[in-house]
Design a protein around this ligand. Structure first.
Ligand code: A3P
Length: 318
């Protein structure tokens, strides 16, 4: 009922107003500490709403997850190409005219604020939410699959720093972002905890949670594409493999191809109040190890030490 909705909205605002808050300096991007992670407010509202009512999510949906700047655009493009391959090929794919973020709804934003007219044939959803803040139905329904992508913390930090610079008129120093990253006061940080949450879930429920690394995707893309297709319940047939379909998808979603499309050169995705962000911000270098060009040796040492400490006993190495 409307009254119930108003009440729960009121409760939600009340809850958020009591959370620890961190200012980022980016307009409308303050962060709130909720269940151990720093969330931007607009997403946090959606996170909480979905915990209270996860009806918009179907039990057979596939949820794509990552912390910002770990390779989400790429993962989304590949999954989109794989899932839609019966109807679309490399010449008719909407990936040629849309950045993948606008093809796959964000659970907390699109599903909650303006529920899209969802096509039941299209199961993909996306989120930056940490594993523990996913709706219970997503965590506990065996058929609802989760695909997570992570990346070397050093490259993630550097990629985030470049992205944040797009949002700020006065720029942001690498020292500033390094401190934020290390403290975990970044969107959906601490990064290490974000990665660990999904890693543990993938160990406990390998049929349900697929854990990918950007570095592996980079080094053996075709292999990962086949793995993704299998995991999503749409394995490539022998005929499709003979026809080279996995390789065609690798090419369609390659950095070289996507970053040179008109939509990704001039299209715009978001306005932050200060500066508009073009789709081009999702495509910078697309390589492993650019941190060597951006971080000081002290920063590298500190990050490697934290990574070692945090990932001890997990088999997770970068
Ligand atoms: P760099 O800033 O290191 O270049 P996200 O998609 O999670 O926002 O992450 C963006 C990072 O992924 C950027 O990293 C971007 O260049 C890289 N990226 C985007 N599309 C890619 C692709 N098709 N292949 C490889 N890397 C890609």
């Amino acid at each position: 009922s409307p009254t119930k909705e108003t009440n729960s909205r009121y409760d939600q605002q009340e809850l958020i107003s009591k959370l620890p808050k961190a200012e980022t300096g980016i307009p409308a991007k303050d962060l709130y500490l909720y269940k151990g992670f720093w969330h931007p407010r607009s997403f946090l509202e959606g996170t909480i709403s979905l915990q209270q009512d996860s009806k918009p999510i179907n039990p057979t949906d596939i949820i794509l997850c990552s912390a910002p700047k770990a390779g989400f655009t790429w993962l989304k493009s590949l999954c989109y190409a794989i899932i839609t391959r019966d109807q679309l090929d490399e010449s008719s794919s909407p990936l040629l005219t849309n950045v993948s973020h606008s093809l796959i709804p964000y659970m907390e934003i699109d599903l909650v604020k303006n529920p899209p007219n969802r096509n039941p044939e299209f199961p993909l959803l996306s989120t930056h939410s940490p594993f523990t803040s996913l709706p219970e139905s997503v965590r506990n329904t065996p058929d609802c699959k989760i695909i997570y992508i992570c990346r070397d913390p050093k490259d993630t930090l550097v990629s985030q720093w470049h992205y944040i610079k797009h949002m700020m008129i006065d720029g942001v120093s690498i020292e500033f972002w390094f401190d934020r990253f290390r403290e975990g006061k970044i969107p959906w940080g601490p990064y290490w905890d974000h990665v660990l949450g999904y890693w543990k879930a993938s160990i406990e429920m390998p049929e349900k949670v697929l854990f990918l690394k950007y570095e592996d995707l980079k080094k053996k893309t075709s292999f990962c594409v086949k793995r993704l297709a299998e995991f999503m319940g749409k394995p490539f047939s022998h005929q499709e493999e003979v026809e080279g379909l996995p390789e065609k998808m690798v090419k369609l979603c390659s950095f070289e191809n996507l970053s040179n499309l008109e939509v990704n050169k001039v299209g715009k995705v978001e306005a932050t109040g200060q500066k508009e962000i073009g789709n081009g911000a999702f495509f910078r270098k697309g390589i492993i190890g650019d941190w060597k060009n951006c971080l000081t040796s002290e920063m590298i040492e500190t990050l490697d030490r934290i990574t070692r400490e945090m990932f001890t006993g997990s088999d997770l190495v970068f």
